[in-house]
Design a protein around this ligand. Structure first.
Ligand code: C2E
Ligand code: MG
Ligand code: MG
Length: 705
C-alpha cells in the first residue's frame, strides 16, 4: 500500500544503528537480517572483544548483547562499556537464554537497559528496541537543546537565574561569577547566596519587589540593586525576572536575567566621568588604604566661577558643551599628573576625577601630597578660554581641598570639608584654592548646632518678642511698634538677633520662626490695643526674611496668621530688606502686591545698605522707607554728607513714601532728621526695645487721649 510504504520509509529514516552481538552465527545473522528488513542499520559482532572494538569505532544507537558467549561474556562486555565515558549512555539490551530473575537483575544492576529472552519473540524484541531508541532520541534532543541553551547563557552578557522558590535552590549562570569576581567554588547554590551579596541599603527594596511580584501586584520583578564584588566594591545590576505560579497561585520558581548596569549607574551621562556614587565608593577605598599605609590623600572640590552666567546668557546647550570641554580639559591636565585610576578599589598612587553635578567636579589625589600642586594645575588650565559654538568663553574655578587624616571615617565627611573650603575660596574672591582647616569646620558645626538649638528653643517656647516704638519726630507720639526677636539667654550666652536670623535662614528653620514671630506679635498687639481703648493705635511692624518668600505662598502664610490671631490686616506693616527684594524680584513682587491688596502695609528696611536704586524700588508697593542707622554717620555736620541724607529723604517723598530713621541715639540726630523732613524716628533716644509689661507701662505714659 502506498501509504504503508511511505510510513515505512519515513520510519526507516528514524530507525537506529544497531549492533547485534552473538557468538551463534545463525541466530545473529537471522536477527540482523530481520532488523534490517524493518529498516534498521545493523552490524554484527561474533564475540565480546569484537563488539567492544566496533562500539569504539561506530556511533551505535543500541546494542543487542548475548549474555553467554565464550571468552568474553555479555556481562563483561557490559561492564567495560559502562566504564567508558563514550559508551556509558549507550542503550544495551541483554539477550539471555534463561529468564531467571537473578541473571536479569544482575544484568540490570550492571547497567543493562533491558533484557529479552531466547528464543526471541521478534515482535517483543522490536517493541523494546523501539522503546529504547525513542528514549535515546529524546535524551539526545534534550542534551542538544541544553547545550545550545548553555552556550547562549554563557555567551550572554546577562546572568541567567532560576530560583526554585519552594526548595530555595538557585541556579545562576557563570556570568554571575564573572561579574562578581568569584571562583567556580563560590557559584551560588541557594537563594541566600544572592541575598547575602545585596547591598544592605537595597535589601529591603529587593524583598519588597519580590513580595509585590509574588502577590501579583507587579507584573515583573524589575529592580536595580547592588551586589558585592569579591573585592568588596559593589556592582549595579538590573533584575528582570518573572514568577512561574503553581496551580494554587503561589510562585513556584522565579527566573529571569540580571544585567550589569554598573557603568551607566556610576558614570555621569553628560561628561562620561565617574559620578558622585562612584566617587564616594572610590573615596572609601582610598581612605582605607591611606589609613593602612599612611599614604597621603587629598580631595579637591571644584566649582566653576561664572558658569551660571554662561548658562543664562548662551543657553543650556552651550552650558552642557562647556561642561564637556571642562571635563576633557580636566582629564588631559590630570593625566599629566599621574595615572588616572580605573576602578574604585584601585588605590595605588593615582588621580580620580568625577562630576558631582551642575558645575561641580571632584578630584581624588592619592599618594601625591596635599593636592595643592594638582589644584594649581587645574586652576591654571581651566582659566584659558573655551570655545563654545561661536563664542569665546572664560571661566575660572574655585577649589577647596580637604586632606585626609585619621579623624575622617566616612567619604562624605571629606567631601563636605572640601566643599566648605571651596565655599571659602569663593568668599575670598573666587579663582583660587583654599585648604580646609579645623576653624572652618568649627564655624560650620557651630552653625549647625545653633540651627538645631533654634529648633529646640522654638519647640520649648524659649523665644520672645520685644517691641521698639516708632515715633513721630515732630511730637514724639507713638505711631508703631517694631517686633524684634529675642532669645533670652538661659544657661548659655545670648545670641545676637541678626546672627540667629542668619543661621535660621541657612538651616531653613526661618519659616517656622518667622511664622511664630508673626503670630506671637499679632497676639500681643491685640493686647496692647485693648490696653489703650479709644486712643490712637500703633501699627505693628514685623521683619520678614527674604528666604520666607521662597515657598511662593508667603502672602497666604501672613493672611493665615492674621486670621488665626484676629488682628486686622490694616494694622500690620511688614519690613523687608532691600537685599531680600533684589534677590528674587519677580517672586517677591507677586507676594507683596497680594499683601498690599489685602491692606497690609509694606516698608523697605535698612535702606542704604544694599545696592538698589530708589527708582528701581518704585515698582514695589512700599509705603515707608526705613533709613539705615549707618546714614546717621553722615550727620556729622560736614556739609556734603548731610546732603546725601537730605537727598534720599526727598527722593523717598517724591516716590510717595514716608521715611523712618533708624537708630537715633541723640536729641541732636532727631533734630537734624526732622529738619530734613524725615517724618518718623526709632532708636534708643526714644526707647529701647521692650517686653510686654514694659510696653504696657510705656503705652499708659506716652499715648495721648
Ligand atoms: P532692624 O529691622 O533694622 O531692627 C533694628 C535693629 O536696630 C534692632 O536690632 C534694634 O535693637 C537695633 N536698634 C534700635 N535702636 C537702636 C539704636 O538707637 N542704636 C543701635 N545701635 N541699635 C538700635 P536687633 O533687634 O538686634 O535686630 C537686628 C536685625 O535682625 C533687625 O534689624 C532685623 O533685620 C532682624 N530681625 C529682628 N527680628 C527679626 C524677626 O523677627 N524676623 C526677621 N526676619 N528678622 C528680624
Ligand atoms: Mg526692621
Ligand atoms: Mg533696619
Amino acid at each position: 500500500m502506498n501509504s504503508g510504504f511511505q510510513t515505512a520509509a519515513a520510519d526507516s529514516d528514524e530507525k537506529g544503528y544497531i549492533l547485534v552481538v552473538d557468538d551463534d552465527d545463525a541466530s545473529r545473522e537471522m536477527l540482523a537480517r530481520r532488523l534490517q528488513r524493518v529498516g534498521f542499520q545493523v552490524e554484527s559482532a561474533a564475540g565480546g572483544q569484537e563488539a567492544l572494538e566496533r562500539v569504539a569505532n561506530a556511533p551505535f544507537d543500541l546494542v543487542l548483547l548475548d549474555r553467554s558467549m565464550p571468552q568474553m561474556g555479555g556481562m563483561e562486555v557490559l561492564r567495560v562499556l559502562r566504564e567508558k565515558r563514550t559508551a556509558r549512555d549507550l542503550p544495551v539490551i541483554m539477550v539471555t537464554a534463561e529468564a531467571q530473575s537473578e541473571s536479569v537483575s544482575e544484568a540490570l544492576e550492571a547497567g543493562a537497559n533491558d533484557y529479552i529472552t531466547k528464543p526471541l519473540d521478534f515482535r517483543v524484541a522490536l517493541s523494546r528496541i523501539r522503546n529504547h531508541l525513542g528514549h535515546r532520541r529524546a535524551e539526545r534532543r534534550l542534551q542538544h537543546s541544553e547545550r545550545r541553551y548553555a552556550l547562549a547563557v554563557e555567551g550572554a552578557n546577562d546572568v541567567v537565574i532560576d530560583w526554585n522558590v519552594a526548595s530555595g535552590e538557585l541556579y545562576a549562570s557563570p556570568r554571575w561569577n564573572e561579574i562578581l569576581g568569584l571562583t567556580p567554588g563560590e557559584t551560588p547554590q541557594v537563594i541566600g547566596d544572592w541575598f547575602s551579596r545585596v547591598h544592605p541599603s537595597d535589601l529591603m527594596r529587593l524583598h519588597e519587589a519580590i513580595q509585590a511580584h509574588s502577590r501579583g501586584a507587579q507584573p515583573n520583578l524589575e529592580l536595580d540593586h547592588r551586589l558585592r564584588h569579591a573585592d568588596g566594591t559593589y556592582r549595579w545590576v538590573r533584575s528582570r525576572c518573572k514568577a512561574v505560579y503553581s496551580s494554587d497561585g503561589l510562585p513556584e520558581r522565579i527566573s529571569g536575567a540580571l544585567t550589569d548596569i554598573t557603568a551607566s549607574k556610576t558614570a555621569d551621562p553628560l561628561t562620561g566621568l565617574p559620578n558622585r556614587t562612584y566617587l564616594s565608593e572610590a573615596l572609601a577605598y582610598r581612605m582605607e588604604a591611606s589609613r593602612a599605609a599612611g599614604t597621603p590623600l587629598a580631595v579637591l572640590f571644584l566649582d566653576l566661577d561664572g558658569f551660571k552666567y554662561v548658562n543664562d546668557s548662551l543657553g543650556h546647550t552651550a552650558g552642557d558643551e562647556l561642561l564637556i570641554q571642562v571635563a576633557e580639559r580636566l582629564r588631559r591636565t590630570l593625566s599629566s599628573c599621574g595615572p588616572l585610576s580605573c576602578g574604585p578599589a584601585e588605590v595605588a598612587d593615582s588621580v580620580l576625577m568625577a562630576r558631582l553635578g551642575g558645575d561641580e567636579f571632584a578630584v581624588l589625589v592619592s599618594g601625591y601630597g596635599d593636592g595643592r600642586q594638582q589644584a594649581e594645575l587645574i586652576r591654571h588650565s581651566l582659566s584659558a578660554p573655551f570655545r563654545v559654538s561661536t563664542h569665546q568663553v572664560y571661566v575660572t574655578t574655585s577649589i577647596g581641598i580637604a586632606v585626609y587624616n585619621r579623624g575622617y571615617t566616612a567619604p562624605h565627611e571629606l567631601l563636605r570639608d572640601a566643599d566648605t573650603a571651596m565655599y571659602r575660596a569663593k568668599v575670598l574672591g573666587k579663582n583660587r584654592l583654599a585648604v580646609f582647616t579645623g576653624a572652618m569646620r568649627a564655624q560650620v558645626t557651630e552653625r549647625l548646632r545653633l540651627g538645631n538649638s533654634i529648633r529646640d528653643a522654638l519647640a520649648r517656647g524659649d523665644f520672645q518678642v520685644a517691641f521698639q516704638p516708632i515715633v513721630t519726630l515732630a511730637d514724639r507720639s507713638l505711631v508703631g511698634l517694631e517686633a524684634l526677636l529675642r532669645w533670652p539667654a538661659g544657661a548659655g550666652k545670648p545670641y545676637a538677633t541678626d546672627q540667629v536670623i542668619r543661621v535660621a535662614e541657612e538651616t531653613g528653620v526661618i519659616f517656622e520662626l518667622g511664622q511664630w514671630v508673626l503670630e506671637e506679635s499679632c497676639r500681643q498687639m491685640l493686647r496692647f490695643h485693648a490696653a489703650i481703648p479709644g486712643r490712637r493705635l500703633p501699627y505693628l511692624h514685623v521683619n520678614v526674611s527674604g528666604v520666607q518668600f521662597a515657598t511662593g505662598n508667603f502672602d497666604e502664610k501672613v493672611m493665615e496668621a492674621l486670621q488665626l490671631t484676629g488682628l486686622d490686616p490694616s494694622w500690620l506693616g511688614l519690613e523687608i530688606t532691600e537685599t531680600a527684594v533684589m534677590k528674587d524680584v519677580e517672586g517677591v513682587l507677586v507676594s507683596l502686591k497680594k499683601l498690599q491688596a489685602n491692606s497690609v502695609r509694606l516698608s523697605i528696611d535698612d535702606f542704604g545698605t544694599g545696592y538698589s536704586s530708589l527708582s528701581y524700588l518704585n515698582q514695589f508697593p512700599f509705603d515707608t522707607l526705613k533709613l539705615d542707622r549707618s546714614f546717621l554717620h553722615h550727620l556729622d555736620h560736614s556739609h556734603g554728607n548731610t546732603e546725601i541724607v537730605r537727598a534720599v529723604i526727598q527722593l523717598a517723598h517724591a516716590l510717595h513714601m514716608k521715611v523712618v530713621a533708624e537708630g537715633i541715639e541723640t536729641a541732636e540726630e532727631a533734630c537734624w532728621l526732622q529738619q530734613f523732613g524725615c517724618e518718623y524716628g526709632q532708636g534708643y533716644h526714644f526707647s529701647h526695645p521692650m517686653f510686654e509689661t514694659e510696653v504696657m507701662e510705656y503705652l499708659t505714659q506716652h499715648v495721648a487721649v
